[in-house]
Write a protein that binds this ligand. Structure first.
Ligand SMILES: Nc1nc2c(ncn2[C@@H]2O[C@H](COP(=O)(O)OP(=O)(O)OP(=O)(O)O)[C@@H](O)[C@H]2O)c(=O)[nH]1
Ligand SMILES: [Mg+2]
Length: 184
């Protein structure tokens, strides 16, 4: 995916950050959001190197989507100096791979660290949490994933989000042409 910079129109872009651990599915989600849903696009994705900014125009709005590649060294870099990322940002999408049970705690820690940065700045933005890879046959493949364990994860997420920040939690998957179900 290339960086596009088509700022030839005066209408402001809405800045959206999409963050989460490596391999959680962020770049795949972006392909779904921007409508590049052919299989080859998904299959040719490689781990994102640092931040990748994608300009996207829908019928009535324009967006800069900041895809923050989630490998550990990049995560540390962002958190060391988060200012350029959150400046002007109106929404953060935080992606948790629901199938990566072993790394829930690591994902939650990363979310917590990002939330701390937001609190320090008193920013006016909202947060969407995507419980991603919530594929149609999820519970058949992952018999260790029960409704209870998912509810527990949702409760942990809710606890982390400070009072006064608007948030929503969704189940998402690229397998049903991007299904998005509001769960809270
Ligand atoms: N089962 C399943 N796999 C998915 C889904 N979405 C993405 N994937 C797969 O997850 C892997 C990682 O996807 P990416 O979109 O590259 O993940 P990423 O979060 O951008 O990773 P980094 O760029 O390293 O931060 C790929 O093999 C995708 O095909 C999904 O909804 N379900
Ligand atoms: Mg990526």
């Amino acid at each position: 995916m290339s960086n596009l910079t088509s700022k030839n129109n005066s209408e402001p872009y809405k800045k959206i950050i999409i963050a989460g651990l490596d391999n959680s599915g962020k770049s795949s989600i972006i392909l779904s959001i921007i409508g590049k849903m052919n299989l080859l696009n998904y299959l040719s994705l490689t781990p994102t190197i640092g931040p990748n900014i994608i300009d996207f125009e829908s019928v009535d709005s324009k967006f800069n989507i900041w895809d923050l590649g989630g490998q550990e060294n990049y995560r540390e870099e962002y958190l060391e100096n988060f200012e350029p990322y959150i400046t002007g940002c109106s929404k953060i999408i935080f992606v948790i791979d629901i199938q990566d049970i072993q790394r829930y705690d690591l994902a939650l820690k990363y979310l917590e660290n990002i939330l701390k940065k937001i609190q320090q700045k008193n920013l006016d933005l909202d947060i969407s949490i995507f419980l991603h890879k919530y594929d149609p046959d999820l519970k058949e493949i992952h018999t260790d994933l029960t409704e209870d364990s998912i509810q527990e994860l949702i409760q942990k997420v809710k606890k982390l989000i400070p009072e006064g920040i608007f948030f929503e939690i969704y189940k998402t998957t690229i397998y049903t042409i991007f299904d998005k179900i509001l769960v809270y």
